[in-house]
Design a protein around this ligand. Structure first.
Ligand code: SAH
Ligand code: SF4
Ligand code: F3S
Length: 475
């Protein structure tokens, strides 16, 4: 049923003259956001223009997330709406399910929703053209973990398309996870860890800088486990990759996400001290502050190990903004365990964080036992934790009031005459510059004095000429 010859796919699509339109809706993490961009790039080569709404599209792709039950169930309600649309007079509209639900559930998706035409996993979406062609004859499913590297089969992001997405970009350096935390589906949906070679990443980053990208976030499910071929018969760690990419002219900022505490090695910590292009921000999920729960989660680190990594990173870069992920209500979590989490949060102080109620996921270790923390208890713990984290985020933001921070301006703000960008600490910053001056600010890094705090962002005014370059050229 699945036609894997992309040549056949290309020919079939190119044979049709009418312009085609694709709508891609992404759920989940930044890996998915980036995959959606790569799918759009791939389909652009097949004659598809991207549109904002499904009702104008010939092809709708749901790029799905399986991490919690709610995320996965959202997909079926969305598919219900698309199916109704298809039956109400759009019989030619193709519906594709990509991403982690596609990987986890495969053909089951089509059993639950007959109007789905294509199911494609996160490691096989480079085969979309062939799957599209195959879907004319019947349902097309591809959820393999193929031998070939999909990046070698995807078109390099082109200059013009990159430029339309602003001066920041994601670069996938690593995929998959071998850690098998007891609660997590990622090792099943994204497969085993693999790292891309340094040379390929250097080329891609150079092309990005030449297209005007000034900030790259290196992404991977376990990005600091990166160990890519260094071209000399060895493997380079993330710190070495960062050092290589920092050499690229025009590229001024580097970030990475998401990290595991166990893979924060000395070289990566030192990079936060030594490499001025590496931004002072670290997202390092801890999940819980209780050693008992960390063990049950199979996190392979305890509270003291996490503290030590944080202390060393703060010694290397005292102003670093710290971020984390937390799960409350993991099976067996008592009030005392939860208090350990609260105590750890109080002790460390986070600039931002994500926190979730535990959700049992099919196939994971912890789903084999009972989900025994009552829902009301989970909600109460989540509310308490989120209140504390919000307080800490407010304190972190308040500490930047009156300071001058360098802001990379990414896009026009919500109000006319406003530009929006990010501080080195990943805070959203808005500045009024007047409608005429907005385009001139985009892609620049300028010093901004922070003058006010809003609920989700900071406001400021330009405080000097700064690094006024666009795309590596002096302006
Ligand atoms: N690779 C990253 C994050 C993966 S998923 C890491 O190792 O931290 C992002 C976050 O979702 C996790 O950090 C965790 O906090 C949360 N999460 C994962 N599985 C979950 C589950 N079953 N229930 C609730 N939250 C979960
Ligand atoms: Fe999931 Fe753990 Fe792997 Fe992160 S390290 S992706 S939480 S299994
Ligand atoms: Fe979700 Fe898959 Fe990302 S499960 S969080 S989209 S890796």
């Amino acid at each position: 049923m699945v036609d894997r010859s992309s040549k056949a796919g290309n020919a079939a699509l190119r044979g049709t003259a009418a312009p085609r339109r694709v709508h891609i809706k992404s759920y989940g993490c930044q890996m998915n956001v980036h995959d959606a961009e790569r799918m759009a790039d791939l389909l652009a080569g097949e004659g598809y223009a991207e549109v904002d709404a499904p009702d104008e599209a010939d092809l709708v792709i749901l790029n799905t997330c399986h991490i919690r039950e709610k995320a996965a169930e959202k997909v079926y309600s969305e598919l219900g709406r698309l199916s109704a649309m298809k039956r109400a007079g759009r019989p030619d509209m193709r519906i594709a399910v990509a991403g982690c639900v596609a990987q986890a559930e495969g053909a089951e998706i089509i059993r639950r929703q007959r109007d789905v035409d294509i199911v494609v996993g996160p490691q096989s979406y480079h085969r979309l053209p062939a799957l599209l062609a195959a879907s004319r004859a019947g349902k097309a499913i591809d959820t393999e973990f193929p031998e070939e590297d999909k990046f070698a089969h995807l078109p390099a992001p082109d200059r013009r398309r990159l430029a339309t997405r602003g001066p920041t970009a994601f670069l996938t350096v690593q995929e998959g996870c071998d850690k098998f935390c007891a609660f997590c589906v990622v090792p099943f949906t994204r497969g085993a860890e693999m790292s891309r070679p340094v040379a390929a990443l250097r080329d891609e980053a150079r092309a990005m800088a030449a297209a005007g990208i000034r900030e790259i976030t290196l992404i991977g499910q376990n990005v600091n486990a990166y160990h890519g071929d260094d071209g000399q018969g060895g493997a380079a760690g993330l710190a070495r990759l960062i050092a290589e990419l920092a050499e690229i002219d025009g590229l001024d900022r580097l970030r990475y996400a998401t990290s595991h505490p166990r893979d924060m090695d000395a070289a990566l910590i030192a990079a936060h001290r030594d490499n001025p292009k590496l931004m002072p921000y670290l997202h390092l999920p801890v999940q819980s502050g209780s050693d008992r729960i960390l063990k049950a989660m199979n996190r392979r680190h305890d509270r003291d190990f996490y503290r030590r990594i944080i202390d060393e990173t703060r010694a290397a870069r005292p102003d670093i903004a710290l971020s984390s992920d937390f799960i409350v209500g993991f099976p067996g979590e008592t009030e005392a365990d939860f208090e350990d989490t609260m105590a750890l949060v109080r002790e460390i102080g986070f600039a931002s964080a994500f926190s979730f109620k535990y959700s049992p996921r099919p196939g994971t270790k912890s789903a084999e036992g009972p989900d025994d923390v009552p829902e009301a208890e989970k909600s109460a713990r989540l509310a308490a934790l989120q209140a504390l984290l919000a307080q800490q985020q407010g304190a972190f933001n308040r500490a930047t009031l009156g300071r001058v921070v360098e802001v990379l301006f990414e896009k026009p703000g919500r109000h006319p005459g406003q530009v929006a960008g990010k501080s080195p600490y990943l805070q959203a910053v808005h500045v009024e510059v007047g409608p005429e001056a907005v385009p001139d600010h985009l892609g620049r890094i300028l010093p901004v004095e922070i003058t006010a705090l809003a609920s989700n962002s900071l406001h400021g005014r330009i405080a000097g000429p700064g690094l006024g370059r666009i795309g590596g050229k002096a302006a």
